[in-house]
Design a protein around this ligand. Sequence first.
Ligand code: ADP
Length: 195
Amino acid sequence: MIVVLFGPPGSGKGTQAHRVASRLNVPHIATGDMLRAEVARGSALGREAEPIMASGKLIPDDLIVRVIEVRLDDPDARTGALLDGFPRTVPQAQALDAMLRRKGRAVDVVLALHVSDTELHRRIQHRAEVEGRADDTEAAFAERLRVYHSETAPVLDYYRTTATTIVEVDGVGDIDAVTERIAKALMPDGAGASR
Ligand code: ADP
């Protein structure tokens, strides 16, 4: 099962993706985490990505598409994956569809987490204090939210045009409650209902 977890920055995608992937028994593939690992390693990709990420902008589509293509070929992703932070633009979504089609695969479901901008601002301020991520400054976050609305939100409309299954879930509430909502939406028959 290939699931795209979709939501604005600060919506709790990462936290939920980690939990949901283990229930689905598929790898959690988070482009933000992969890029931060490249930055930490000081690789060529990391050096290119670092200033772009710090400013809240997106790294070029072709770069991230190549990273994902390699990752989806790993043996652990043969049966599925939970994608977190990708695709983030319509061209990325089109590239993902094309690469999956070549392999006889497809996105099975897009799970959209809904959180209002006001709640996002509140959460990100808290995360900035607790984690100190380089792109959690007020200016970088405002830019990430702007980019989300202009470039990432249209990805959901793209999936509507391709008739991909979209499940919408309210992302506000306590972490366990949101996990339950997502699990129920993805596995309505109750499979994996216990943690
Ligand atoms: P969040 O979901 O909190 O915004 P992520 O950890 O997913 O943050 O991503 C952090 C940064 O990494 C993004 O702001 C962007 O610069 C870069 N990035 C992650 N995924 C992508 C992607 N699919 N395309 C382009 N840039 C990306």
